[in-house]
Write a protein that binds this ligand. Structure first.
Ligand SMILES: *Cc1c(COP(=O)(O)O)cnc(C)c1O
Length: 424
């Protein structure tokens, strides 16, 4: 198909994320990608400032990743996980158990981030049922969160961004505390956590778990909150008999400047969700990791099983990609790279706070955010960014970047300069 044919058929028949099938903003046709560069069908090259939504941390067409996937492809691309196991899965589980906080040591592999959230929520329910506490079947979270688009994941997304109004009566009603307001690096204010504490206390007999993105609220508004909130949350959950699910799908593997964002608060989850960068962005894959207590309690209760098992569970190709990605992360000074990028992002973005159109600039790890006073004209801003040779996908009042860890100083400079241009 030529570019025009692709675009015409796409427009008529292919859904895109959060898109209308009537007059959607036309997409760009991407033909290939290498390193930090996306090559469009018309020959233009763009620096990918989005890492394809947090995922492609080692860049595209990475030689080490390619080799690992090719080797696995020639052995077996897939086999069912019911009744079988294989080296790529076990080897990956071992790496994950080793690098995640100590308490987490039972790994459930699944297909995507949203599914890993469903799995985590189901684990929490089965845990309390196994302990004979059926009334603990609801979830609490903070506003401004994002946990995926499947049904139960959606029920714990921010009710406004997640358009809960549209699904009233159909979504499970959950408990929402206000968004943590003390920013990362700001002065902690004890009143920040009080509403969450009160909510948990009043409903502790109904709440199975709190689910939250540690430190970085991503798709719900790119907000970085104070680690103290997370440590108080851990304490409150322990005190009130509530499980803590930490959704590290966006922040895992160094993105926020620590291997896991929860490390900033020194807390451990009872259940942790990983996804996005897990396979270095090579394919859809995720993991839900539970504590021994969660896994064994579920297994000791009725029916003695955890009731979940996706068709593509522990897909060997995805495991091979994840193993290669983790080797690159563990042997590659990842945290130092991310902190270098943080420095460059601060240098490039902090001065933009003086622009009239800008209300806030914040940077944490390899995440840079410019918040605007007026909603961003997405189409116009994106066109300007593309003219500058940079790919970003702004939303709401946010123009933001989370570049690949292999980005050079000059790549980051170009991304920041393009944001500056687009603000004009
Ligand atoms: C992207 C994301 C998800 C959902 O993952 P998918 O792979 O898109 O299903 C869940 N939680 C967080 C924090 C995310 O950023």
């Amino acid at each position: 198909m030529n570019t025009k044919e692709i675009l015409d058929y796409d427009k008529g028949h292919v859904w895109h994320p959060y898109a209308s099938m009537r007059n959607p903003i036309p997409p760009y046709v991407v033909d290939s990608a290498s390193g930090v560069h996306l090559r469009l069908a018309d020959g233009r090259e763009l620096i990918d400032g989005m890492s394809s939504w947090w995922a492609v941390v080692h860049g595209y067409n990475n030689a080490v990743m390619n080799e690992a996937v090719k080797l696995q492809l020639e052995k077996m691309s897939h086999v069912m996980f019911g009744g079988f196991t294989h080296e790529p899965a076990v080897s990956l589980a071992k790496r994950l158990v080793e690098i995640t906080p100590k308490r987490l040591d039972k790994v459930f592999f699944c297909d995507s981030g949203s599914v890993s959230v469903e799995v985590a929520m189901k684990m929490a329910l089965q845990y309390w049922r196994a302990r004979g506490l059926k009334s603990k079947s609801r979830f609490a979270t903070a506003r401004g969160g994002y946990h995926g688009d499947t049904w139960n994941a959606m029920s714990v997304c921010d009710p406004v961004n997640g358009m809960h109004g549209l699904f009233t009566g159909a979504l499970a009603p959950q408990f929402f505390a206000p968004r943590p307001f003390t920013r990362f690096g700001g002065t902690w204010d004890d009143s920040d956590f009080s509403p969450m504490r009160e909510l948990l206390y009043s409903h502790r007999d109904e709440i199975a778990a709190v689910i939250i993105e540690p430190i970085v609220q991503g798709a719900g508004g790119m907000w970085f909150y104070h680690p103290k909130y997370l440590s108080l949350l851990r304490e409150a959950c322990d005190e009130m008999g509530i499980l803590l699910i930490l959704d590290e799908i966006a922040t895992g593997f160094g993105r926020a400047g620590e291997m896991f964002a929860e490390n900033y608060a020194g807390v451990e989850a009872d259940i942790m969700c990983l996804g996005k960068a897990l396979t270095g962005g090579y394919m859809s894959f995720a993991a839900t990791i539970a504590s021994d207590d969660v896994a064994c309690t579920i297994s000791d209760g009725e029916p003695g099983l955890f009731m979940h098992g996706p068709t593509f569970m522990a897909n060997p190709l995805a495991c091979a990609a994840a193993n290669a990605s983790l080797d690159l992360i563990l042997n590659g000074d990842t945290i130092a790279k991310v902190r270098r990028i943080q420095g460059k992002l601060e240098e490039g973005l902090n001065p933009l706070i003086s622009r009239n159109s800008v209300s806030d600039v914040r940077v944490l790890g390899a995440i840079g955010v410019v918040q605007t006073k007026e909603p961003v004209d997405i189409k116009g801003v994106q066109e300007r960014l593309v003219e500058c040779g940079v790919w970003l996908r702004p939303f709401g009042h946010l123009i933001y970047t989370m570049p690949a860890y292999i980005s050079s100083d000059s790549d980051i400079e170009k991304i920041c300069a393009a944001i500056g241009e687009a603000l004009d």
